[in-house]
Design a protein around this ligand. Structure first.
Ligand code: GUN
Ligand code: ZN
Length: 446
């Protein structure tokens, strides 16, 4: 029996052809040629067997939907789910930790909290909580650091499978400069990756991510083995941290005196690839940025975290001169919100501090289709082209009084997206659908 359903509401998504460079950044620049998005005020999204069948005007499609179930979200915005490209699934217990910058924060808060994941039952409970919160915030895909321990990582994959999420994750790797409770031998880390890859990589909607925590927590042997894993499994992703904090950069130079710069440490082991996501990238040199350009490596800009830990201001205008593979991450753990609205809001403010305006179209692009493209997932997720996987959210601007009030004065989609990105929060997520099935329905009015 067909499970075809039509959803009625306003639709917004980017076209397959969109890139940061060709986005219209304000209404004056809008033309047929640079119109890289679709906005339909009264639209219909038709979904069947987890895939998008069609998106269009209600008036045009209403005859096609007479016999199928209709879910009415009129007045609400239906848009692709958010993609968070940097987060730590095992840091929920220490979010909003007071008073420390990166290296002290890791020692005082993060490492003790992550050690608790050696207990399978508490890992299970924490990870469930985390994923419930993620969908409550409208995020349907993420690049995520899983726990260090094999069992906890396996539990995480199992939960992602049950929820049928498109997800990129792997066990976080560290074999040096860590407390005993959080240090596995180099070989054990490697073996855990191999086991998790053979069990989970490319199963369901899951991809494995080789996840060396950062250069300071990995021996040269560990980094070398990460390179071996990448060679043996070329379509695995890689994630790590880069140039987040000034003291971190100094320590890396001391530990790897042969390196030309921080990125060069990873490059030496074959870890700078077009499937590598580098979190932060704040204190970058020109040589490092040039290497982003030549390698196609992906940046994850995490302004919530950078502000929370006082790490610094990502220079979006400068980075954009070298690469358009710039995405957004919460860095949940150091980032104190799981909401991509909050990330876009802080990204805008950080840009203003750098005297660069961040247009709403660019913010939304980086949080949705731009991230899908950077991750080479654009044929699967990120917009409503027919055949794409139906991961979408319903945004109810009227759920918050400020947005409801402010919305009445909005003149176009550019401004509407801007007030959403700077005033929106999880209270505005009415529903989150994963592969065509409701993963979260806001119970506010129910
Ligand atoms: N660098 C190394 N580990 C971490 C981490 O857990 N969070 C952040 N923000 N930076 C890191
Ligand atoms: Zn991080």
């Amino acid at each position: 029996m067909s499970d075809k359903i039509a959803y009625r509401g306003s639709l917004f998504y980017f076209k397959d052809s969109a890139t940061i460079a060709n986005l219209p950044i304000n209404k004056d620049k809008q033309s047929e040629h640079d119109c890289q998005y679709v906005y339909i005020e009264d639209g219909i999204l038709i979904v069947e067997s987890g895939k998008i069948i069609e998106a269009g005007n209600y008036a045009d499609l209403k005859n096609k939907i007479v016999d199928i179930k209709l879910v009415d979200y009129k007045g609400k915005l239906i848009t692709p789910g958010f993609i968070d490209t940097h987060q730590h699934a095992s840091q929920s217990a220490i979010v909003a930790a007071y008073g420390d910058k990166l290296l002290e924060w890791l020692d005082n808060y993060v490492f003790p909290a992550e050690s608790a994941y050696s207990d399978d039952a508490s890992a299970d409970k924490d990870l469930n909580f985390f994923l419930d919160q993620l969908v409550r915030n409208g995020t349907t895909t993420a690049v995520s650091y899983g726990p260090l321990f094999y069992n906890a990582s396996d539990i995480f994959f199992e939960k992602l499978k049950e929820r049928n999420m498109r997800f990129i994750t792997g066990n976080i790797l560290m074999d040096e400069n860590a407390p005993d409770s959080l240090r596995l031998s180099t070989q054990e880390n490697y073996d855990n990756c191999e086991k998790l890859i053979s069990k989970w990589h490319n199963t369901n909607r899951l991809s494995f991510c080789i996840s060396p925590r950062f250069a300071l927590a990995c021996s040269e042997k560990m980094l070398e083995l990460c390179g071996t894993l990448k060679k043996d499994h070329p379509d695995c992703y890689i994630q790590t941290h880069l140039d987040e904090n000034v003291n971190e950069v100094i320590e890396v130079q001391k530990l790897f005196p042969w390196s030309k710069n921080y990125l060069d440490v990873y490059d030496h082991y074959g870890l700078v690839t077009d499937r590598t996501v580098f979190g932060h990238c704040i204190h970058t040199t020109d040589a490092e940025l040039a290497r982003f350009k030549s390698s196609g490596a992906i940046m994850s800009w995490c302004p919530l975290s950078n502000n929370f830990l006082g790490s610094g201001l990502f220079d979006f205008g400068r980075a954009l001169k070298y690469t358009d593979r710039i995405t957004l991450g919460t860095d949940w753990g150091a980032g104190n919100r799981l909401s991509m609205f909050a990330v876009m809001d802080d990204a805008y403010k950080v840009s203003m501090l750098n005297n660069v305006k961040l247009p709403s179209m660019v913010g939304w692009y980086m949080a949705t289709f731009g991230a899908a493209k950077a991750l080479k997932l654009e044929s699967k997720i990120g917009n409503f082209a027919p055949g794409k996987e139906a991961d979408f959210i319903v945004i109810d601007a009227d759920a918050s009084p400020y947005l409801k009030y402010r919305r009445e004065k909005v003149s176009d989609i550019f401004e509407f997206l801007f007030i959403l990105m700077t005033l929106g929060s999880e209270e505005n997520i009415e529903a989150t659908y994963i592969y065509g099935k409701p993963a979260y329905i806001n119970q506010r009015n129910k």
